[in-house]
Ligand binder design. Sequence first.
Ligand SMILES: Cc1ncc(COP(=O)(O)O)c(C=O)c1O
Length: 419
Amino acid sequence: MKKRDFLKTFGTAAIGAPFFSFDSNLNYNHLDYSERNNLSEKEFWKKIREDYTLKKDYINLENGYYCITPNPTLNNFISHVKKINIQGSYYMRHHRDKDNRRIETRLAKFLSCSPEELVVTRNTTESLDLIVGGFPWKKGDEAIYATQDYGAMQQMFKLVSKRYGVVNKIVSVPNHPKSDEEIVKLYEDQITSKTKLIMVCHMINITGHILPIRKICDMAHKYGVEVMVDGAHCVGHFKVNISELNCDYYGSSLHKWLSTPLGVGILYVSKNKISKINPLLASHVDEEDNILRLNHIGTHPVYTDLAIDNALDYQEMIGVDRKENRLRYIQRYWSDRLRKVKNIVINTPIEKHKSCGIANVGIKNMDPGKLAKVLLDKYQIFTVAINHENVVGCRISPNVYTNEQDLEHFISSIKELAT
Ligand SMILES: Cc1ncc(COP(=O)(O)O)c(C=O)c1O
């Protein structure tokens, strides 16, 4: 018997009156941030930094894996855990579905798409694997992606290649393309009559390079090819308007730049594509064009889903544009100063709109692993080494709490190492 049928049969009688007096109110603390409106820019970002508990023994310039949660969101999350632990299955049976849909509707508004096209998942990996794994592949179909794409996603294409005989075509994205058209052509040149799906990163994680998604989608659609966008690093990082991108599928992790606690992501599927994807896990939802048939994962830590509300509150307090500008300011603060220094290589495009908070820096003739190690051991700066194809350097991903003092220390450390 399904949980919902059980409720219909036994629900009101079995659960009955005593519970109605029970505190089932999971409304979280809507924090009042209004006193921040009058702060100067400098004071505002100082306050933001104070919202985080930061480790004192290193400067964290590795937020690309995931972004730690600011305390206002974290405290609300802990309170969700406690409240749900008191309510137990009462919460699951009475509130969970409604809360999920409310949060998904809020997220859909935030990302400018229809709530019927968006569901919460656990992360980008799950979102994109649901599409690649559930796509109706036939032997000989072709897919295109880039060698700079995330490893686990490439593995999924290799898996469907083995399983269904899909042919994968792999392009290599230059770090400094002359134009958007150069990128579009890279993918277009690989399209044949057998091409079914292109996977493309909205932001390449190892360089921070933002790709011209709308132009790639418009081009691909002319050939009847669908586009799945890996937006792992984009939601909460800069303004994402999914409808404007004109893509077919979009996945992102909210524990990255939206700074939710670990374990939540989103999957967008364009309404007319929902029915063609085979669910990987069976759901109770039978309507073929209902996106809820794609993300049934059973019982999971729902308090993390609830914290999306708090993360969105925090994001709105900062403001989407203000956050994007700040992250870009931070990246340009260090990369503009290092770009022309002898022996230093910046593996991220120079045009402002082609990157935001993340960039990649290398030192000629120095192995990135060694660079990352020296940065940590000698200068107490935590980064991650990348040595892949045309990307040889350390990925630098500061966050809204990073201040100019941290950046000055980073700049002088890199300069010292480059001489
Ligand atoms: C481009 C890209 N895609 C997908 C992922 C996977 O994200 P998650 O581990 O949150 O599923 C990452 C993680 O860093 C990434 O950088």
